[in-house]
Design a protein around this ligand. Structure first.
Ligand code: DOR
Ligand code: ZN
Ligand code: ZN
Length: 438
């Protein structure tokens, strides 16, 4: 029997922090105690005095680029970036090449991923104007991703009837909510500009709010479970509050929380992303949304592109920012600045995503849960640096940011997978299952 213990840890759940110990056996948590524990000599023991133990993060939104773009990411590099960011489960998006739009493309993706994943994983299927029946027949998916506006890749649902059918399909609809026509109109207005900052004008807040409103109206009509990806504006949050429903989950990204339009000057196309980076007022609105509970989770929308591509002229530079490794340290720094609590970090980054998508055994440190765990040193200060970014594209808009609070060890299914700052152990990720209680 393979036993591991964590003693003297500050154990963090979504509701409390307490000093205690955790015993893990064969990948599962078998004991959690507030007392001083001695689990014996045949147990590998980690004394975590002064450190925090959190459930491994569940990132509901990554683009690991398999199949189609191995030059941007693969499941070894993506997994390493995830593990170094305390992320133990990722949900991968379908805008790959080919896109994941039916059982055959999903099986092909599964075959590639299962060989290489060093992190637990699940998949979204991708909606087209035609494939609702095929999607309904697919097994074991987190939900269906619906691009209401065009973004990276070919997926787009611009037929209102198709959208309506997906809303009645009885699966979670994860929305890229930007209205296609609204974007086109805005693009026409700014056709003479070619600086990166124009990106925020050509995909303005009202296009996002309009798409959210259209979707939530349909969702209300059909009782749909809707997950709104990368909410980035006050206007969207206002619509969401108006339609308040426990069938709606709300994701924000670290780049929308930590960057604003003032950053174009330094970063240009590097921070070109869909939906775009917003102004400081929208950025503040996201933090307010976290405080009042409107925002239910953080997803990184980890979307790597090559630096060479980012250096192309504005119109040709692809949209997307890698972020799976930097999300937790950014949030821990925010904890150190008093912007949110550690418990809230757990709620947003593991408890809520696991519960929302019905991923059993994740997001909690409890007897019976999977031992996906991350050890955090809240005092550790270090600058984000290309040298220890593990995404294949090797860059981050947060390069040079001095952050306080870092994950220092990550355990996957009970096994030590990552140690600060550049040690990885050979672990194998597993596909997760989705069992929703609805
Ligand atoms: O900026 C983005 N990049 N937004 C998306 O919707 C897709 C993503 C990507 O895959 O590059
Ligand atoms: Zn999206
Ligand atoms: Zn995305």
């Amino acid at each position: 029997m393979n036993k591991t213990a964590f003693i003297n840890a500050q154990i963090v759940s979504r509701t409390e922090i307490f000093t205690g110990s955790v015993l893990v056996e064969d990948g599962k948590i078998v004991q959690v105690t507030k007392d001083k524990a001695n689990f014996g000599v045949d147990v590998e023991t980690f004394n975590l005095k002064g450190k925090y133990l959190l459930p491994g993060l569940v990132d509901p939104h990554v683009h690991f680029r398999t199949p189609g773009n191995p030059e941007k990411e693969n499941w070894v590099t993506g997994s390493r970036a995830a593990l170094a960011g305390g992320v133990t489960t990722v949900l991968d998006m379908p805008n790959t090449k080919p896109p994941t739009i039916n059982a055959a493309t999903l099986s092909a993706k599964r075959l590639m991923v299962e060989k290489n994943a060093m992190v637990n994983y699940g998949f979204f299927a991708g909606a087209t104007n035609e494939n609702v029946e095929e999607i309904k027949a697919m097994k074991g998916i987190a939900g269906v991703k619906i691009f209401m506006g065009s973004s990276t890749g070919s997926l787009l649902v611009d037929d209102k009837k198709a959208l309506e059918k997906f809303m009645q399909a009885g699966i979670i609809c994860a929305l890229h909510a930007e209205d296609e026509q609204c974007i086109r109109d805005a693009q026409a207005k700014y056709a003479d500009r070619a600086d990166a900052a124009v990106h925020s004008l050509t995909r303005p807040p009202e296009c996002a709010a309009l798409a959210v409103k259209n979707a939530l109206q349909l969702a209300k009509k059909y009782g749909t479970q809707v997950h709104i990806c990368h909410v980035s504006t006050r206007a969207e949050l206002d619509v969401i509050r108006e339609f308040k429903s426990d069938k709606v989950s709300v994701e924000v990204t670290p780049h929308h929380l930590f960057l604003n339009t003032g950053d174009y000057e330094e970063h240009g196309n590097v921070i070109k992303v869909n939906p775009p980076i917003r102004d400081a007022s929208d950025q503040n609105a996201l933090w307010e949304g976290i405080q009042d509970g409107t925002v239910t989770m953080i997803g990184t929308d980890h979307a790597p592109h090559l630096m060479q591509e980012k250096q192309l002229p504005y119109a040709e530079a692809p949209s997307g920012i890698p972020g799976v490794q930097t999300s937790l340290p950014l949030l821990l720094s925010a904890v150190n600045q008093g912007k949110l609590t550690l418990q809230k970090v757990v709620e947003l980054t593991s408890y809520n995503p696991a519960r929302r998508f019905g991923i059993k055994g994740k997001g909690v440190i409890e007897v019976g849960a999977d031992a996906d765990l991350v050890v955090v040193d809240l005092e550790l200060e270090e600058k984000v640096c290309h040298n220890f970014l593990w995404t294949k594209v090797d860059w981050s808009p947060f390069h040079g940011w001095r952050l306080k609070g870092w994950p220092v060890m990550t355990f996957l299914n009970g096994e030590l997978a990552y140690e600060w700052r550049d040690t990885f152990h050979n672990v194998h990720g597993r596909e997760v299952t989705f069992k929703r209680g609805v």
